[in-house]
Design a protein around this ligand. Sequence first.
Ligand SMILES: Cc1ncc(COP(=O)(O)O)c(C=O)c1O
Length: 312
Amino acid sequence: MGFDEMDVDTIWMDGEFVDWDEAQVHVLTHGLHYGSGVFEGARCYETEKGPALFRWEEHLERLFQSAKPYEMDIEFTKEELTEATKELIRRQELPSCYVRPIAYYGYNSLGVSPKDCPTRTAIAVWPWGAYLGEDALENGIDVMISSWRKHSSSQIPTNAKTTGLYVNSMLAGEEARRNGYAEAIVLNKEGHVAEGPGENVFLVRDGEIYTPALSESILDGITRDSVITIAEDLGYTVHDNVSISRGELNTADELFFTGSAAEVTPIRKVDNVVIGDGSRGPVTEELQQKFFEIVEEAPDEYAEWFEFVDIE
Ligand SMILES: Cc1ncc(COP(=O)(O)O)c(C=O)c1O
């Protein structure tokens, strides 16, 4: 669904609430030419206790951390960005939504050096259902191992959520969809499993859970962290500091993706190889159910994961 079909009308830009259609940048914006932006993708859930941003503190922290290697000074405090986000949700009366903060080098000059360019900051929120479709959450998706490799963390900080990185994700995802798959899994330069274009990947084998180590050129996913915590709380052993080979995907009992957009999405086939029995596996289902239960109920034991929007 395109933005024009959505009931949203306001974007926060550099301290001001502006009309959706007026939220424009100059065509010579540094970030547009060189991908010099950092961003976040978070969700506000409609919990039983009211709308709440999920793991907002961690998303903001990652935004500021992502800006560091690019020497980008975000000119707003975390408190200001939080208040702006909450106000966007309140003004547009959204019970649940996706939240996209972005900071980028703006308009002034187009040398590769951004030193003379201002840092601009914006936040948009919009309704966004299941990223890979409702059916994907229940029945799982087919994925393809991309012929594109992930950037190595020796080439670009892959733990920073940088706009320019996502052309790699776009290539991998579009290649997969051209070939009839819903999504890609991307290997890193060493040929180990890294992640999806916008998701972390998990494997279940003999009742234990595995996910590639942060040193495998992946994003330090916040949903990855949530699912690790949930799994451990449920009594599972989680190996989150390992390398996973391509072949191990084929022989896994279960595979699934995690992400703020993708939430917990089962994977039923990799390159036409059926994983497990080809449907959502029992461990995936248990973790997925617990994840959705938590974001629906905002229970006290996970209270620190929720930032309530406080609507009147
Ligand atoms: C490349 C990549 N890996 C993993 C993730 C999952 O991260 P998170 O759970 O923080 O959304 C994302 C989404 O932000 C991503 O873009």
